[in-house]
Design a protein around this ligand. Structure first.
Ligand code: OAD
Length: 250
């Protein structure tokens, strides 16, 4: 990480009230959750179309559930890392702090973040395909695959957004509102290629916010970011937090 850039980022953030953060799979990488597109990414090993689409679920719900049950089993013992914990601390550092994530792993909540806007749903929640009711089920492995609704007997599906599906309009509207009203947006650990999430930093920038990106690799957003902090979230965020707190409470 470039010290000067980190200090510049802390300088920008220290004077602000409304800060939004957008996270992606990279923030959970240091906790041991595989990302989607890296060398060991989930989409390298599995074809998204065979597993994360409504059509796949319709044709083979058992296969889709086996994959989700496996992922739930991977994530269940995982603990938040320093990156998650710093962001949880920031909800009390800024008067208006919002956390928007593309992750479905629930690690932000586990680290103490209270109001997390989950753009792509949550892997611990199951939804009845007939009634639309959502319930949280933490048991892993699931006792029965595919699981069925206890009230109507229809299939339950993961409460996550699949390829070809629209995001929840209310969640999306809130995310865009927060992006267009924040004074700075931090973009942490996302490849910035999946829309509409990837449009949020651009919305923030158009509305005048500073965009600060944290990622070990450049992304399509990097040329347009005001500051790019190259490095891992679990290292860069604690460093940024230290600089920020020194400025706030010298
Ligand atoms: P990706 O797997 O596409 O990208 C992960 C990003 O994290 C990459 O840019 C990595 O360079 C970066 N990264 C890796 N390790 C990191 C670390 N320790 N600290 C910080 N960054 C790190 O994941 P997303 O951008 O989150 O959607 O993917 C977006 C969406 O694509 C996902 O939410 C998922 C997927 O299809 C759905 O399932 C709907």
């Amino acid at each position: 990480m470039n010290e000067k850039s980190a200090s510049d980022a802390a300088g920008i953030l220290s004077g602000l009230e409304r800060v939004a953060v957008l996270t992606g799979a990279g923030i959970s990488a240091e906790s041991g959750v595989p990302t989607f597109r890296g060398a060991d990414g989930l989409w390298r090993q599995y074809r998204a179309e065979t597993l994360a689409t409504p059509e796949a679920f319709e044709s083979d719900p058992k296969l889709v559930w086996e994959w989700y049950d496996w992922r739930r089993g991977l994530i269940a013992p995982v603990e938040p890392n320093p990156g998650h914990r710093i962001l949880a601390g920031w909800q009390d550092l800024f008067a208006g702090f919002s956390l928007i994530t593309q992750n479905v792993d629930g690690l932000h909540a586990k680290s103490g973040s209270r109001e997390v806007i989950e753009l792509h749903g949550n892997i611990w929640k199951l939804r009845c395909v007939r009634e639309g009711t959502v319930s949280e089920v933490r048991t892993t492995p699931l006792p029965r695959i595919p699981p069925v609704c206890s009230s109507c007997g229809a299939l339950l599906r993961p409460h996550v957004v699949w390829f070809g599906e629209a995001l929840d309009p209310a969640v999306l509207e809130r995310a865009f509102d927060l992006s267009s009203s924040c004074q700075a947006m931090l973009v942490v650990g996302t490849s910035s290629v999946v829309h509409p999430a990837a449009s949020l930093p651009r919305t923030a920038a158009r509305a005048g916010a500073a965009v600060i990106e944290i990622n070990p690799e450049p992304t399509p957003l990097t040329p347009d970011a005001d500051i790019f902090l190259a490095g891992k979230a679990g290292q860069v965020l604690p460093a940024l937090d230290r600089l920020l707190r020194e400025r706030r409470c010298p």
